[in-house]
Design a protein around this ligand. Structure first.
Ligand SMILES: Nc1nc2c(ncn2[C@@H]2O[C@H](COP(=O)(O)OP(=O)(O)O)[C@@H](O)[C@H]2O)c(=O)[nH]1
Ligand SMILES: [Mg+2]
Length: 203
């Protein structure tokens, strides 16, 4: 049975880079993904991890206006488990004015109900700033609250390689008390063993 995970979080939290580098950590050299546009059509793409980083990771928030379902294989025991991680459009605070973006966010919310598990990524380096777009906010609170009622929910505090993140992690632990938070760096691939073990427990 394939297990489908959904990766959620605000724009720029590091969702896309996490998926690509996690695929590399699991031993994949390339990515196979089903890409669904806002028009509802899905096409299959294959590309190298380097290509994916170039084309999918962006410093400009909201490059991801499509759903990318990435196929992964998770070693477990003697075999391998099939896993997909869906990369979503970042959730913004409030309702954005751009209709295409609104549709993309709506599409993300529909996928939440179909997911076997949810990985919620927050940017720990922004946790002590008060940036309306980048700092963890109301949307993250709602997701964490929702996650407490689900068994298969995990919060990742990302960008732990940045100096501001250590203090940020403490802030997150207070803000989201009662939620299990794993510190990671999507860039430096730290904390990935713990994430893998967590995902394994879902099978
Ligand atoms: N320093 C650092 N930068 C990161 C990390 N993860 C992502 N980034 C950067 O943050 C920006 C947004 O990453 P992206 O994966 O596109 O975020 P998304 O909008 O959530 O998909 C890019 O410039 C990434 O290189 C991390 O762990 N450490
Ligand atoms: Mg992205």
């Amino acid at each position: 049975m394939v297990k489908n995970g959904l990766v959620l979080g605000k724009p720029n939290a590091g969702k896309t880079l996490f998926i690509i580098n996690f695929a590399g950590f699991l031993g994949l050299r390339g990515l196979r993904a089903d890409v669904t546009g806002v028009d509802g059509y899905t096409r299959r793409v294959t590309l190298s991890l380097e290509q994916a980083k170039r084309e999918w990771v962006s410093q400009r928030p909201h490059k991801t206006r499509q759903l990318y379902r990435v196929h992964l294989l998770l070693p477990k025991g003697k075999g391998k488990k099939q896993l997909t991680l869906t990369d979503s459009t970042g959730l913004l605070e409030g309702i954005p004015g751009d209709p295409e973006l609104r549709r993309a966010i709506g599409q993300t919310l529909l996928t939440v109900r179909q997911a076997d598990f949810i990985i919620h990524i927050v940017d720990a380096s922004q946790a002590v700033t008060n940036d309306w777009v980048l700092s963890p906010g109301e949307v993250d609170m709602q997701l964490a609250r929702y996650g407490r009622f689900r068994r298969n929910y995990l919060m990742l505090a990302n960008k732990m390689d940045l100096p501001a993140a250590a203090h940020g992690l403490e802030t997150l632990q207070k803000t989201f008390a009662g939620t299990a938070i794993l510190p990671v760096s999507a860039l430096q691939k730290t904390g990935f063993i713990e994430v893998r073990d967590y995902i394994r427990s879902y099978f």
